[in-house]
Design a protein around this ligand. Structure first.
Ligand SMILES: N[C@@H](CCC(=O)N[C@@H](CS)C(=O)NCC(=O)O)C(=O)O
Length: 198
């Protein structure tokens, strides 16, 4: 084992872990990948980051980065051949994380919100799609690392009900989503790993 590589705790289907893996892949950063299951988090990960979310990076000197956006920024700071960091729209990413993601959760898992009426969630998700579609019409990209940061969440939302998504009038968004799904980068970061055990 090469101990100079940072340890990277990840869960394959987690959109936050996906955005971090996309950035690490883009930057060509080598990590020691440790696949986890959310229901049985390894004590080594919880010791490094007690909040218990993936992704988590642990460096040989003990430093820890346990926010997906910070891992993306770290990766780009190592190597950013297309200068993506400069063009990243952090306000849009914040809108994704703070506004869209809660609506996605309510749309996908309404039973997790028994005290709420989740009927508006699907429409609220579509409103974010409309905004992205508008942005994508001009250039086909959201700019910089923004595509990597947001695409995994749009993928998840589109997959809840493909018929609904396919019937929406957002062609630029659909083209963008399809391109990312078919990209070599996405294939690479969706490699399956056995669950890590010490
Ligand atoms: N703000 C965190 C959010 C990460 C997050 O919520 N990840 C989910 C998986 S998609 C998680 O680990 N949840 C903990 C759990 O389900 O136990 C980040 O950007 O890294």
């Amino acid at each position: 084992m090469n101990t100079s590589r940072p340890i990277f705790y990840s869960f394959r289907r987690c959109p936050y872990a996906m955005r971090a893996r996309l950035a690490l892949h883009y930057a060509g950063c080598e990590v020691e990948h440790r696949e986890i299951v959310l229901k049985d988090k390894p004590p080594e990960m919880l010791e490094a980051s007690p909040k218990g979310t993936v992704p988590v990076m642990v460096f040989a000197d003990g430093r820890v980065i346990d926010e997906s956006l910070d891992i993306m920024k770290w990766a780009a700071a190592q190597n950013d051949p297309k200068r993506l960091l400069d063009d990243t729209d952090f306000a849009l990413i914040e809108q994704n994380d703070r506004s869209f993601k809660p609506q996605l959760d309510r749309y996908k898992y309404p039973s997790r919100f028994p005290d709420e009426d989740c009927n508006a969630a699907q429409g609220n998700c579509a409103a974010f799609f409309a905004l992205l579609d508008d942005r994508l019409k001009a250039t086909g990209t959201l700019g910089g690392l923004t595509d990597y940061a947001i695409f995994p969440f749009i993928r998840q939302c589109a997959n809840v009900d493909k018929n609904w998504f396919d019937a929406l009038p957002y062609d630029a968004l659909k083209t963008w989503l399809a391109a990312h799904l078919e990209s070599a980068a996405f294939q690479a970061i969706m490699t399956k790993y056995p669950v890590w055990k010490n």
